[in-house]
Design a protein around this ligand. Structure first.
Ligand SMILES: Nc1ncnc2c1ncn2[C@@H]1O[C@H](COP(=O)(O)OP(=O)(O)OP(=O)(O)O)[C@@H](O)[C@H]1O
Ligand SMILES: Nc1ncnc2c1ncn2[C@@H]1O[C@H](COP(=O)(O)OP(=O)(O)OP(=O)(O)O)[C@@H](O)[C@H]1O
Ligand SMILES: [Mg+2]
Ligand SMILES: [Mg+2]
Lengths: 462, 462
């Protein structure tokens, strides 16, 4: 009497779009812009290209809240044969790897395409060309929601007679510009703060923002890494063994497929774990796989995860970005050494800015960033806010109200986001320790500055 | 140079299980239990069956935190041919309809099965029989993660020689009982509170809870409803028109497929919207569909959504449940009339309990429920906590610390959950209004009680 059915991923997110941040026309406009901007910045910066990003928002029908959003970048472009799926298939992308990037789910732009399709019936317009392509191509794509497949409404290509490479994405959605304007402006400003090597131009219905790059120095792009033994599980082992054609020995399997495992460490571990290093991986039983995964997680002798897969901003760029956008009286910055949780490497960078254009407030203003994405919502559910509030700032000579702004940037190959809308970060103990340690390092520098200013004031008063 | 790939939904949730609440062994044990219990209660109560639910938690290997979870119910069972997909395919289920139920995503039990597979490599064990089935069947199922398909490891069936119907689900997972125990106990207690017509038996490693039903009265099960015109979008119209074989007129299409639309209201609306009621739906252009969807959402003359698809507890059962579990000195209850947001009907029921076994606290203790599911996490991100904190309780003669407990239960065909882990509810204005109105109604009754007690005290002192 019950009827049973399945849903495609596209249909699931069509029915539950608020879970991805598309809950109302104001929030949806914000989310559409950020999904496109984050894709544009990944397409440039992950490949060592200085980003030139342009964002255009036009209200095409004020009575119906119809808004056109267009984002242009000078990135690596989307290969022609990949355009339909990249824009028209949920859970499809190029960021399913062990490498720091803004995108992680293979869902973002599809949510925006879906939202446009739902609210205006219009396809996404894409124009792109890769660096080595001889042509420029244009597509109009919609999503076949029932089947989670792209529908190409139109496409054309023509010879490229210049060196252009990059992507243009244009969407027409129901969006509430006046309600969303403040947050969008804040998002653009904070993006400029965390990417001081990017040119970012934003043209909205009643506002124009232009951030010229403060430096041509760009962080070293992250490189794809291998999984770390600390993060292994039995399902992962099964899949990896099924995917290897060769019947490797346990030792060679560990060396080849895991981060930072050499011949000596593999053999030391296997002897400790009670395994024969020569055993062929295809002969492992389920019980042995379970035991192997468990022992790999438990072993404390592994090298810490490499950080080649990370790309922190670094203290100098963090300082430049904050100076450009906030012009404070004082800045303290800290970029911590890499740490890790369950085999996922991460770096915490923090800054404290004081005075200048920062308005006084009753508790520290907090700017949160994850993999260079500004997080503006759900602050109350974010681990970083919890830590900032748990610090007794009077120890550092801060009396509220104070012109105190705290910047926290977490880089990782796996940011523990609480939801697919990427707004709040979960409480991971290793992360909490690092955030607090970094903040206190900055706070001590602030205290030295406040002490110095107090002394100068005393001298001036004599 | 970038490599592109897609993920199946199973692989997506394998990689991002923390987004569904499976973030660590303690939380995962809690989530596993609740996913199974919520399925068991849906399988009984949605069909008018008085629930008999048994939950068993055993620590099978304390050193490795391996825990076995078993849930038994007397529900409608799972049809034999549906067992593999229902337990082995993400986004598959029987609750993708317009009808109040605890389950909504077609994901819950699969997350638990996936988590067991990842942490112990063990399949889910299922035993079931539907009411009219002549046999009982047992299955062991795992998920083919890459392809999002079930793998049936074993199955057997045998003749049923009694009237048994229902389901047994057993999973072996890595779970931290000692860390999760307190929350699990609270979850079971609150489940008993909100379902006073259920027998709930819980046996854990060092604890046994038995809640015998306080009444045989059960809320009228919800009936499947039709979509309401206020909630329509162009994608929905396209899909509905594509699925209808007959080339209906616009008027007949509205009458047949939408909630509460009769001949007169359909014609009145279509004339107001500038459409010809006789136009065949298959001849509508994209522009017309867009206009039709827009006008359907805008029109203020629709009947309010029917509430046959809802199943609130009602004031009497809410009172019984609170009395049984909390034994307070005073209870005020309110079940509001149905309301709606974007065409989704909802009912808010609240209760205020005072004194008795309720401990005094600095602000009201809050028990949140959504479709009879207790919500225990992310209170800071929930709209209900925000409203409870925004009320000035001194107006109702409450001085803190006070033994004040607030119960808020929201029933809807679409609960605006913030995430697939179902822990916090988003800020929907229509919902906020109703929650506040209901709480103030209860608070006024509390004030009368407090006033009466003050008078009694005065008389006693004379
Ligand atoms: N502007 C762009 N330039 C180049 N490639 C792009 C661009 N936008 C999207 N892509 C490609 O499309 C893929 C899918 O994008 P989408 O936003 O849906 O997912 P994602 O960025 O991988 O992850 P997330 O869901 O977290 O955003 C990306 O992985 C990338 O390969
Ligand atoms: N104990 C049970 N008795 C009968 N049917 C069940 C039982 N458990 C699960 N099912 C069936 O399996 C389906 C899938 O369950 P699952 O928990 O994955 O999703 P859901 O309950 O529909 O939604 P949600 O993801 O929100 O829990 C259910 O819709 C129901 O049809
Ligand atoms: Mg993206
Ligand atoms: Mg369920």
């Amino acid at each position: 009497r019950e009827t049973y059915r399945g849903l495609s991923p596209a249909e699931f997110f069509y029915r539950n779009k608020e879970i991805a941040g598309f809950s109302n026309p104001a929030r949806a406009l914000y989310q559409t812009i950020r999904e496109l901007v984050e894709n544009a910045l990944d397409a440039t910066e992950l490949h060592g290209i200085l980003p030139d990003i342009k964002i255009f928002v036009d209200v095409v029908d004020p009575g119906k809240n119809i808004v056109k959003v267009r984002v242009e970048d000078n990135g690596i472009g989307v290969p022609k044969e990949e355009v339909p799926k990249v824009f028209g298939m949920v859970f499809y992308g190029s960021k399913y790897k062990i490498r720091q990037s803004r995108g992680v789910f293979g869902l973002g732009v599809k949510m925006a395409v879906l939202y446009a399709q739902i609210t205006t019936g219009k396809p996404v317009y894409v124009k792109s060309s890769t660096i080595d392509s001889k042509e420029i191509y244009e597509f109009e794509v919609m999503i076949d929601v029932i089947n989670n497949r792209p529908i190409v409404l139109s496409h054309r290509s023509y010879r490229k007679d210049n060196q252009w490479h990059g992507t243009v994405v244009e969407l027409t959605i129901e969006g509430n510009w006046s309600y969303a304007k403040k947050r969008i402006e804040e998002y653009i400003k904070r993006t400029a703060l965390i990417t001081p090597y990017a040119n970012i131009y934003f043209k909205g219905p009643d506002i124009e923002l232009a951030f010229t790059r403060a430096t041509r120095r760009i962080p070293k792009p992250p490189r794809e890494g291998l999984p770390h033994p600390k993060g292994v599980d039995i399902e992962m082992l099964k899949q990896m063994i099924a995917m290897t054609e060769e019947n490797l020995s346990l030792r060679d399997f560990l060396i080849k497929y895991f981060d930072g495992v050499g011949k000596i460490s593999a053999e030391t571990f296997l002897k400790w774990a009670g395994f024969n290093p020569e055993q062929s991986i295809k002969t492992l039983t389920l019980e042995q796989l379970d035991e192997l995964a468990r022992k790999m997680r438990e072993y404390s002798g592994w090298k810490r995860p490499k950080d080649i897969s990370l790309s922190p901003l670094g203290e100098e760029l963090l300082r430049r970005g904050i100076e450009e956008v906030l012009k404070p009286e004082f800045i303290a910055t800290v970029t911590r050494k890499p740490s890790s949780y369950i085999g996922n490497p991460f770096v915490v960078e923090t800054a404290i800015a004081w005075g200048g254009k920062i308005p006084p407030s009753e508790k520290p203003i907090l700017y949160r960033f994850a993999n260079k994405i500004p997080l503006l919502y759900d602050e109350g559910a974010d681990v970083t806010r919890k830590i900032v509030d748990s610090i007794d700032w009077s120890v550092y000579k801060v009396k509220f109200p104070a012109p105190l702004l705290v910047v926290v940037h977490i880089c990782s190959t796996k940011i523990p986001f609480k939801g697919v809308g990427k707004e709040a970060i979960a409480e991971v103990p290793e992360l909490e320790e690092e955030i607090e340690a970094a903040l206190r390092e900055c706070a001590r520098k602030l205290r030295m500055y406040i002490t110095k200013k107090e002394k100068e004031l005393e001298l001036a008063l004599k």
